[in-house]
Structure formats: structure tokens, C-alpha cells
Design a protein around this ligand. Structure first.
Ligand code: 58G
Length: 233
């Protein structure tokens, strides 16, 4: 049997994992299609009080994770060479579906979760992690960001979503927002399912969905719409 896709998470709160990733489809795939390992950063503190943070040189509020402690924690990661080292931070490059597919194609990810005001810059200079952001907002820790990244990767692993057809569909709509979905009952709350979807005309359905996806994208995401129009030319 082939080795499953693996993620190693360095965190001060390993109890937060697998959290929501232990549920539903990703939860069922955990231990089969993918593996999760957590490393407690505090285990690598050098003093009897297990200190991992200190005040910021130059002053200002809040604490910073010590470079020496996190460096020792990273030394303990055996398969760092199997894929990227990633630090979740609001100053990172924005996570995209293309990055998700690339991360899911590597054998191993290592994720660093910061807390407090972040990590001593010298650790980042030495280890040069890929700095990734899940969006333009600040979280109290990188753990929720790590879970978002992992969730996005796990659902594109071969055999996890069950039907690879749904992923084909997704790539067909590449660069556009999702078209609307409907299920039973056919009539609900005075609203009927659009007739074309129950017509059985597969080509008409494809054209209708494409038009809907384009309309929603143009209305809501002028940035994505501009890229899509540019690409079509
Ligand atoms: C400012 C504040 C810089 C990822 C906190 C760095 C992590 C947002 C994201 C931090 C995160 C994101 C400490 C807590 C990183 C550190 C962590 N916030 N948008 N917070 O992906």
C-alpha cells in the first residue's frame, strides 16, 4: 500500500487537532488517504518552566515565539524534505486553489502555527518557510488557518471525495464562481426548480449553468470576472 499524504503541524495547541478534520469525509479518510502528526513546540523549551515566548525587542504589546525553541522543534521533523515548510501568517501570499492542488500533490507538508504576535524573524530567515495567508484578517493563532489549508488539500486527494467527477466539473468551471444547485422537492416555498434542469437536455443544462456562473461572477467578483474575460480571449 502507498504511503498516505502526510501533514506535520507544529503548534502550542496540539489538542485542537484534528478538530473539524476528524468529521465527515476528511475524517473518514484520516489514517487511510492522509495522516496527521502534531508536534508540541513547548516540548523543545530549554528551561524548567517550558518557556516558548518572550517580550518584543523595541517594545510594544504582546509576546513573540522564540527562534531557538521553534528551531529545535523543526529539527525533530524527520521528513522536512518531502514537501514545503509553510508558515500561516496574515502577511503571507494568499492561498489559492492552484496552490492547494500543488500542496496536495506533494508527499508531505509541514505547517508552523504561530501564536501571540508571531515568530522571531530570525527563525524565518534561517528556515525560509513559504509564508501563506488564508485571507486578509488576523487570527489569534495559525491553527485554524492550518486546518483550512488541510481541508482544502484533503478534498482534492485522489479517492477522498469519492467521485472524481465532481472535481472534473469544478475544473470545467475554472475561474468562475459556482452555479446554483437544486434538489428535491421540485416545488418548495413557492419556488420551482428551473425547468431546464429537469429537461434531461445535457447540453442545454451545461450552457445554462455556464451562463449562471458567469452572471454570478460578474456581479460579485469583478476581479475574477476580469481575469476570466482576459483568459477567454
Ligand atoms: C500578526 C498577528 C502577524 C494566519 C499574528 C502574525 C495566522 C491570520 C492568518 C501573527 C494568523 C491568515 C500569530 C497568530 C500568526 C501570528 C497567527 N492570523 N490570515 N495568526 O492566514
Amino acid at each position: 500500500m502507498k504511503k498516505p499524504w502526510k501533514v506535520t503541524v507544529l503548534t502550542l495547541f496540539p489538542e485542537m487537532f484534528p478538530g473539524p478534520l476528524g468529521q465527515s469525509i476528511s475524517g473518514k479518510a484520516l489514517g487511510h488517504q492522509w495522516d496527521l502528526e502534531t508536534i508540541q513546540i513547548r516540548d523543545f523549551a530549554g528551561d524548567k518552566h517550558k518557556t516558548v515566548d518572550d517580550t518584543s525587542f523595541g517594545g510594544g504589546p504582546g509576546m513573540v515565539i522564540r527562534a531557538d525553541v521553534l528551531d529545535k522543534a523543526l529539527d525533530s521533523v524527520t521528513d522536512l524534505s518531502g514537501g514545503p515548510l509553510i508558515y500561516l501568517t496574515p502577511r503571507g501570499c494568499p492561498l489559492t486553489q492552484n496552490m492547494v492542488k500543488e500542496f496536495a500533490s506533494m508527499p508531505h507538508l509541514t505547517l508552523i502555527c504561530g501564536r501571540y504576535e508571531g515568530i522571531d524573524e530570525r527563525l524565518l530567515q534561517k528556515r525560509k518557510p513559504l509564508e501563506v495567508s488564508i485571507g486578509d484578517y488576523v487570527l489569534s493563532g495559525g491553527e485554524l488557518g492550518a486546518m483550512v489549508l488541510m481541508d482544502a488539500c484533503v478534498r482534492v486527494l485522489p479517492g477522498v471525495m469519492g467521485s472524481d467527477a465532481s472535481l472534473e466539473e469544478e475544473s470545467f468551471q475554472d475561474g468562475l464562481l459556482e452555479y446554483p444547485h437544486y434538489t428535491r422537492p421540485q416545488s418548495w416555498d413557492g419556488q420551482d426548480v428551473p425547468e431546464v434542469l429537469t429537461s434531461g437536455h445535457h447540453e442545454k443544462i451545461r450552457v445554462w449553468r455556464r451562463a449562471q456562473a458567469e452572471k454570478i461572477t460578474a456581479e460579485r467578483r469583478p476581479d475574477l470576472w476580469a481575469k476570466y474575460v482576459e483568459k477567454k480571449k
